[in-house]
Write a protein that binds this ligand. Structure first.
Ligand code: GLV
Ligand code: MN
Ligand code: MN
Length: 410
């Protein structure tokens, strides 16, 4: 049995057309108009495939293929997300959702009668660009945060998630966690360089690194750029730059597996000839080891305290997101590895550097992921590209493991 590759690739292309702005940049942040357009398309495809749609309180969409014979069994679940970062590619998340729909079509076309329902999920706000924390929909689904609290989260644009979900028509009524699965398997692009560099077709994701996000505010003293002697400055912008360099130096320490990013920064008053009064920036810290990640967090906090003394600034820190590293289910990992081998695809075990909805699902059911190569390791970038043959290989492995999960034991 194999999926219809052309159909899957066409859906990826079509979904990728939603959320293009006037400059042709694709941005579909959570619960935006663009997200609504993408959700409508995905729901239409789910319905065309004969799935019924359920939406829960946090706006997660579930396409459910069940029958009177199997509706009381725990479902097999797959899926991912369709929200994007700003100026995004078209594969991140979308591949997992669209491959899920494609495997349901394939199973149906081949007359498979599953012993349990198959559910394809599109989780809300995986990227966390508009509302922090990231992986929010799956976090609420898995019971890691209550829906009422999550719906009140204010976004970077001042909007409230619950209001925005209502506005776009995706504030559902399903209780989070209502379709508790027997297993969850997510297909995703690697978003890193390993598979491409090594010429390997399938990544069997056995674990995922921890993620820590902070928002840091540094307050200095606004003053004239021309007249203020260097020794008299309290420059919030300079202090923020030092933090960025500090983080990079930590990452470069021998043996360190930490990656760190200052992805946003805003100065006030943000003028060419004014020493910044304030710098507000985000820090994204990641490490596959929990102890190492928390050591990095402590090192950063110590450095910020030090900076208050050396640079006479005031520093406040606000936590935005924190996820521990995750070990996926060994049984599902083996199943994926065998699935790849049975299709004569080269594979290797791999760690996910990106956050994933699967990490939250891993707290409620046996879970693992399938990766396919990202050319040049480029992602969160419109240049993100995965070859059609790799997309199809990944979806076929997903099909095989789904089939194993929905077939009667021999
Ligand atoms: C999600 O894409 C993340 O890893 O930030
Ligand atoms: Mn993703
Ligand atoms: Mn992403």
């Amino acid at each position: 049995m194999r999926i219809d590759g052309r159909r899957l690739i066409k859906n990826i292309e079509d979904l990728g057309k939603t959320g293009l702005d006037a400059q042709g940049r694709r941005s579909r942040t959570a619960a935006s108009d663009a997200d609504k357009a993408a959700r409508d398309l995905v729901c239409m495809w789910m319905e065309e495939t004969g799935m019924r749609i359920a939406v829960d309180k946090i706006g997660n969409i579930f396409g459910i293929w069940d029958s009177p014979d199997n509706k009381d069994e725990e479902p097999f679940m797959t899926g991912s997300h369709i929200d994007t970062v700003i100026n995004a590619g078209k594969y991140d998340g979308c591949l997992g959702v669209l491959a899920g729909i494609e495997i349901v079509r394939t199973l149906k076309e081949n007359g498979v009668k599953p012993v349990r329902p198959v559910v394809v999920a599109a989780f809300t706000n995986e990227e966390g660009v508009r509302y922090a924390p990231d992986m929010l929909g799956s976090l609420v689904y898995a019971g890691g945060l209550d829906a009422e609290t999550a719906l009140k989260i204010r976004g970077v644009d001042g909007s409230v998630l619950g209001d925005e979900l209502k506005r776009i028509g995706y504030a559902g009524s399903g209780e989070p966690g209502f379709a508790r699965p027997c297993a969850f398997i997510e297909l995703h692009i690697e978003q890193g360089p390993i598979l491409d560099q090594e010429g390997i077709q399938i990544g069997v994701v056995e674990d995922l690194q921890g993620i820590s996000w902070f928002e840091v505010t540094i307050e200095g003293r606004q003053n004239h750029a021309g007249t203020t002697p260097t020794a008299m400055r309290i420059d919030a912008g300079l202090a923020a730059s030092k933090v960025n360099v500090f983080l990079r130096d930590r990452c470069l320490l021998p043996g360190s597996r930490t990656v760190a990013t200052v992805g946003t920064i805003a100065f006030e008053p943000n003028a060419v000839n004014v020493i910044p009064e304030k710098a507000v920036f985000t820090v994204d810290l990641r490490n596959p080891d929990e102890e190492a990640l928390s050591a990095e967090e402590h090192a950063l906090m110590d450095y910020l305290r030090e900076l208050e003394k050396t640079d006479h600034v005031k520093v406040t820190v606000c936590r935005r997101s924190r996820f521990k590293p995750v070990l996926f289910d060994a049984g599902i990992v083996d199943m994926i590895e065998k699935g790849a081998a049975d299709r004569s695809l080269s594979c290797r075990r791999i760690t996910s550097g990106a956050g994933q909805d699967a990490q939250n699902l891993a707290t409620v059911c046996p879970t693992a992921m399938i990766f396919v190569p990202s050319i040049g390791g480029i992602s969160h970038n419109p240049q993100e590209y995965t070859r059609d043959e790799d997309v199809i290989n990944g979806a076929n492995v997903l099909l095989d493991v789904a089939l194993l999960n929905v077939s009667a034991p021999e």
